[in-house]
Design a protein around this ligand. Structure first.
Ligand code: GLV
Ligand code: MG
Length: 273
């Protein structure tokens, strides 16, 4: 998933449009986008929306309330008792992998969905790898807004740098995807592009969006360019010619780590498995 678009669970009328907006995934939010007195109604309409037949892409899922709260437990109970079929469930404020084990247990009879924990507290970050390696986990989201609030920092690059780096290593070790917090200024295209390029360089595989107009920029940031694909092919060709030994390409050494990076580029472009 390069891009994931959030839609408020209190606005089911927006789901159809969101599904056609070009994001790789759409996530209907029952947490922060829904006020406390709207939770019951939103929960029912989200379960109904997830029960409708739909195309395979984009992926469609929903964000429950934290599982340590009555609303989170009610979201989960409603899902497992309904005929709703989500591709993924996003779980906010995860602080310990036991939360994922409980959810996976409650979903035992469902073939899907994948779980997407959100790490957004100092406590969650301290268990980043164990959360990333939890049951059914396909990817993780960095909840930068709540994380900054938990630490008492701003959302500038430096205060969040350590958390992003830690999550990147945890996600790589567990072999899962990693999405970044949405860019909160929906009118700042340049800021979105610059910060997304930075998180991609740090190893993130995609980014959440809060407005459809952010999707194209995010998809572009996580899609290899023709130049990058061409370069990856040249690297692989040079290595193949060297018959397993080290090769030189444009004066630079090509060895196994460089090959891995080239293969990753072709994978991200969907050109190899
Ligand atoms: C997302 O949930 C965030 O807190 O940034
Ligand atoms: Mg949050």
């Amino acid at each position: 998933m390069r891009s994931l678009l959030f839609v408020p669970g209190s606005r089911p009328d927006r789901i159809a449009k969101a599904l056609g907006a070009g994001a790789d995934a759409v996530c209907i939010d029952l947490e922060d986008a829904v006020p406390p007195d709207g939770k019951t109604e939103a929960r029912a309409s989200v379960m109904a929306a997830l029960s409708e037949p739909r195309a395979q892409t984009p992926r469609l899922g929903f964000r429950i309330n934290p599982v340590r709260t009555p609303n989170g437990l009610a979201d989960l109970a409603a899902y497992s008792a309904s005929s709703a079929a989500a591709d993924f469930i996003m779980i906010p404020k995860v602080s310990h992998p036991v939360e994922l084990e409980i959810i996976a247990g409650a979903l035992e009879s469902h073939e899907r969905p994948h779980l997407w924990p959100i790490v957004e507290s100092a406590e969650g970050l301290s268990r980043a790898y164990d959360i990333a390696a939890g049951p059914r986990v396909q990817g993780m989201l960095f909840g930068g807004a709540d994380f900054a609030a938990d630490l008492g920092t701003t959302m500038e690059w430096e205060p969040l740098f350590h958390a992003r780096g830690t999550l990147s290593a945890a996600a790589a070790a567990a072999g899962i995807q990693l999405l970044d917090v949405p860019y909160l200024d929906v009118n700042d295209d340049e800021g979105l592009a610059a910060s997304t390029a930075r998180v991609k360089a740090l190893g993130f595989t995609g980014r959440a969006c809060i407005h459809p107009k952010q999707i194209a920029g995010v998809n572009a940031a996580f899609t290899p360019t023709n130049t990058e694909i061409e370069q990856a092919r040249r690297v692989l060709a040079a290595f193949a010619q060297s018959k397993g030994g080290a090769a030189l390409l444009d004066g630079k050494l090509v060895e196994l780590p460089v090959i891995r990076a080239a293969e990753r580029t072709l994978q991200a472009a969907g050109l190899v498995e």
